[in-house]
Structures are given as structure tokens and as C-alpha cells.
Ligand binder design. Sequence first.
Ligand code: NOJ
Length: 742
Amino acid sequence: MHTQTRSVLDLLSADRRAEVQERVETVLSELTLAEKVGQLNQLNADFATGTAVGDMDVEQGVLDGEIGSVLNAADLDEARRLQTLAVEESDHGVPLLLALDVIHGYRTIFPIPLGEAASWSPEMAELSARVAATEAAASGVHWTFAPSVDVGRDPRWGRVMEAAGEDPYLSSEISMARVRGFQGDDLAADDSILACAKHYVGYGASEAGREYNTVDISETNLREVHLPPFEACLEAGVGSVMNAFNLYERVPASSNEELVDVILRGELGFEDVVVSDWNSFGELVEHGVASDLREVARACLEAGSDVDMVSGAYATELVELVEDGVVDESLVDEAVRRVLTVKGALGLFEDPYRYFDADRQSRRVLTDEHREAARDVARESLVLLKNEGAVLPLDGDEDVALVGGLADSATDMLGAWRAEGEPDDVTTLKASLTDRLETLTYVEGCDPDGTVSDEQLEAAVETVESADVAVVAVGERYDQSGEAASRAHIDLPGDQRALLEALVETGTPVAAVLFNGRPLAIDWETEHVPALLEAWFPGVEAGPAISDVLLGAHNPSGRLPMTFPVTEGQIPVYYNHLKTGRPAEDAGVDLTTPPADHGEKYVSRYLDIPNEPLYAFGHGESYTDFAYTDVSLGAAAITAAEPLSVDVTLENVGDRAGTEVVQVYLSDRVGSRARPVRELVRFENVDLDAGESRTVSFELTAADLAFWTADEEYAAEPGEFEVQVGHAADEIAVVETFELVE
Ligand code: NOJ
């Protein structure tokens, strides 16, 4: 639980803060009511992700002071032209805020966020956001709509690619780092942009993983699962928060007073900008909670949402609502004050053009250094799911067959939400392996969409038959995850399984490289393909990063940030589930026997599939092995005021250097509400040489033990806790207990 919210003003020196506040009050006092409403109106420059209600001409609107921010003005000249209209030709010269979805890189594209989270490395997350901010801030972008911090437990939902997975703690650590990376130390610096924690809140719980679907979660679930990453972002000083599309307690997030006014602003103390999602205000009408835009505008403003992205509700209705005495003008003023404060903190009043610098852009975008960073992050994001018979790493002198359209598909490597990323910037796996291997034969085998023709299959089998080893690139296209990209079947699309089947049958060892934006249901592949490397969508340095791992130049250390199910029927399946009244100790099902022989019937289990997932949260293999020999706690009993030290001894028992992600989980034996079986509370990437051993120390505090109790407060309840340390959520190696006493 994070409670140290910092506003954008807190990030400024005392002098700058006073200057910004004074400027904001002066501007506010000069604006007419219509101009104030204009500051709350955001329109789109050129690209649409949904239906907008407003049909205002953007240039005229800027000129008339009726638009405060614009999204998707991606072109530097266009952005500058709009800013010139705002600053030099509109009456009060209030600079525009220009926004773009810079999600995993601006031009230098990094791995998709879910992949980056698989690094379990806040440093990597901060680095990629820093590079993205440096490039965007030289290209006319003030504000990114990132990070997405939606906790996702349903891999059918395509937007899991955009956030950090299923765990509130890992998501919090990664999301905080992303905010720090985007905003830097000084928001007004020429390499910082305003971040936006989204989508507030509960979007990841879309029923059945269907995009834009209903959400129905309890308050306890909201507080323990979905809120923590937002709180973490507030602590990092995130300057904006975006409303989600979904309902909470049957009220859309954008007009939900409990969510925005009471929890976000009241309890959590958020003082900066809340922006709607694309037309999420307008969608109140479709949700059936408002009959027209007048009702919409009133409800959203009163809930505490400040900026209306494209619905036009504020622009068309707010002036009249104030004039009719329905809405208090002070509410408009508060919202405008927040928008102007952010503009001030970004330094836009002093220099509205500081973000438009063609020279800086040419020096800072897609530099060698940025590509190097993209390669580092991509390498850390790769997860070795299995490696039977040590197929990997390759020696480098074998005859290698490379198969799969995705191995040569630059556009797919960029993933969804690629901002200004260009396929031409990508080094593919094929290009990289061709460079690095003496004998490589590439054969398509299947199209990037998974279609396999008879000729492709035949040629692939022939090539693989005569090779020493086959590397097969399979997976999803980049647009099969992301917004509006839910899938009911999350197996390998098209005929890719059949292709793998034929290649495995040749008897040549096969290593499959998987490209995908979500966990996949790959039980067959797990059973039959000896080596599986999860590569997500790795970005511009896809090829070099993957070949580093395939060739052993980098020992993989990525760990899954989200559970992989055996089959879609298990979904939602996640490690930190609640205990049930009828737990099934070992629900593994032997499908070769009749259901009646499958053991105890009246326990929580399926008749036809196991309960256990295919790959658990935290799973990931290495080219070396690690052994946990000991965990010791600083005390057998502590009070809530005392920290608890946890010392873990770990040894690299293999024969090469590697990195283990030490994972510390807590299990609360008894609570006033049911508690998850275990929860991640700490982790650390530990580098060890072959044979090296080290004691790693952590410190836990009462905040780590706290949960949303039956008394409706975050508190740690006295009682027994178990500290579980290990390699993954399902591979706990050492356990110790302690007691929290009054
Ligand atoms: C809709 C998406 O839900 C949101 O994440 C994004 O920032 C906006 N469109 C703007 O592109």
C-alpha cells in the first residue's frame, strides 16, 4: 500500500512552485467561462480509435480558445503550428498540451510492456520510459497516456500486453519505475514528459476477457488488486490519471464519484489532472446512466474528472450548465486550475515551444545508445519456458534451420501501440541470425498469420530434416493483442501447431520462439517441443536480443508476470487466488482414466483438466541452476512497528553465470477476510557466477502484511504468517514462519 502521493507541484522547487501557482491564478482570472471550459476540452488531431461526438474543427477551436489539449498531433510541424495558433493567435495565449500514446517507446520501440515486466526489473522499465520520454519530448509530445497499470488476470483480454501482468506488487514496482522514467527528475526538463496512470480503475477485470465488457468487482478486490499500482504511481508523482471505460458498482468510472472524488482525490490525495478515455464521457449514454450530453457533463465534472477526451460533452454543455445554476462554476475552476498547473509544471508558460525542436529530434531519436537500451531491455524480457535436453543455447557451428514467417516480419516485432515506430528500424530474427551464424537456412514454413500451405510445410520439413537443430518462430500477429483485440481461443493461430508437429516429427531438435502479447494456451507445444523461448513482441532490437539468448551470449532471466493456462477453460487462473473451502491438494487429472477414477470428487477442481496452470507466475528457466539453501528471519515475533529482516541464501549450482529472480511471498494464515494463498512482497535480480553463493537480504514492514480488513481499513492483523521464498509462485524452496503480535 502506497500513501505518499506527490503532486506535480511537489516535484518542483519552492520558487518554481510559487511561480507556477501565481501564473495559474492569473491566467484563470483572465479567462471567460467559455475559455475555461475550453481548457477541459481535448480533441483529436488525426487518428481515431472510436466514435467521437464532437465535430469541432481543431484549428478553429484552438484559435477560439475552445481546446486545451490535442491528442495524436504526432507530426512535429503540425504540433508546432497548433501551438503557434494557441500561443500567438488566440486571445489569451494559453499553450496547448499535446498528447500521444507513447506506450513502449516513441521511435525506438522497446518490448511491449507485458514483456518488459517479464524482466522483473524496475531499472529496465525506467530506462525504456526514459528513452521514450527523451525522444517524445524532442518531437512535440508533452503528455503520454502511459503507463497502463491495469492488473490483468484474463489473457483473453488483449490489453494485458499493455501493462505489467497479474500481480499488484510487481505491477506497482514496474509502474512506478515507468512514471519515474517518463517524468524524470524535472518535469520541465527537455527530456521529460507528463505520464498518465490508466485506466482508473478495474478495466483489467472485463468479464470473460472481452474488451469494453462489464466489470463487476467487490470493493475488497478493488482495493487489494486493482488500486495498488495506481497508488504506486501517485507516490511516484504521476501528473495525470485516465478514467477507465468500465463500470464500478454499475457506475461508469468517468462519472463515478466514489472512485474519482472520494477515493482518488479524497483518500489518496491526488491533486492533478484526471482525463477521460476516448469518448468515455459520451459512453455514459450507451451504458444507460445518462440520457444526453448535458447529464453526462454534469455527472463527470461532479465526479471530479477534468478533461474530456473527444466526447464534446464539456465543450457543448458546461457553459449552459453553469449559467443555468445547475453546476457550480467553482468546479469548473478547480478542473481548469489542475490543467493549468500541469502546463505550468511542464514549463509551457515560459517556453511553449521547448518540445518542438527539429534539431534535438534529429540528435535524440533512434540513436545508437537508444537502440542499445532497447536491446538490453529486450534481452531481459525473454523467458525460457522450457529447455529439455539443453537444446539451447546453440553452439553456433551447427546447421541451423530457421522457420516461420514471424522470424522475418519486422512489423510484428513492434507490437501494438508502436507510436512512431517504423518496421524499417527493426532488425528481425532472420537478419540477426543470418549475420551471426555460418550455416543458417531460412524457410518460411508459415505466413506471419499462421497460415501454412502444403508447399510451405513440405519445404520446411525437408529443410529441418537435414539440419542439426531448428529454430521455429511462431505466435500471434502484433494486432491480435492490444486495444479491441480480445481472443476467445488463445492457442497458436492458424496451422502453426500442425507445422510444429511436422517439424518435431523429423526428429531434429526444435526450439520454438514465441511472439505474442498475452499468455498463450500451449499445452501441446509444452509436451512436444523440447525448447520454448517466450519473446513477446521485443521491439526494434528483436533479432539481436533473441539471438543473444539463442547463442548463449546472454543467459535468460525473464520470469512470467502472468500465468499461462493449460487451456482457456481455466481462465481466470492466477497465483494469488483466495483459499477455497474445499481445496484440492493435487488436482492433477490423468485424462487416460475415467472421471470416476480422478480422485476426491467434492473438492474444488475440474473433472477434465488439472487446476494447476501450464506455467505459473514467476516461472522462467536459465542456462544454469540455482539452489536456495536457507531462509532466516530476524525475529520469530514482531509488532506492527518493527520491521522484519528476511535473509535468503542462494547458490548458482550450474556451470555458467546467471541471474536468479529471488521471489519472496507472504501467506497470512488467518484473517478477518479470506486471504490469498500467497502474495508477492519482494523480489530481487541476483547475478551469480557459477558456483557462487550469496545471502540476499530483504526487509518487510507492517504495510506488507496489511490488507482490506472486515473493518474496512488497510491493516495488518495479528497472527501467524509464512514467508515463502523461491524460484516461482509454484516453486517455493524455503519457508519460515513468524507471528505479528499486538
Ligand atoms: C483509448 C485507449 O483505451 C486509451 O488507452 C488511449 O490512451 C486512448 N484511446 C487515446 O488513444
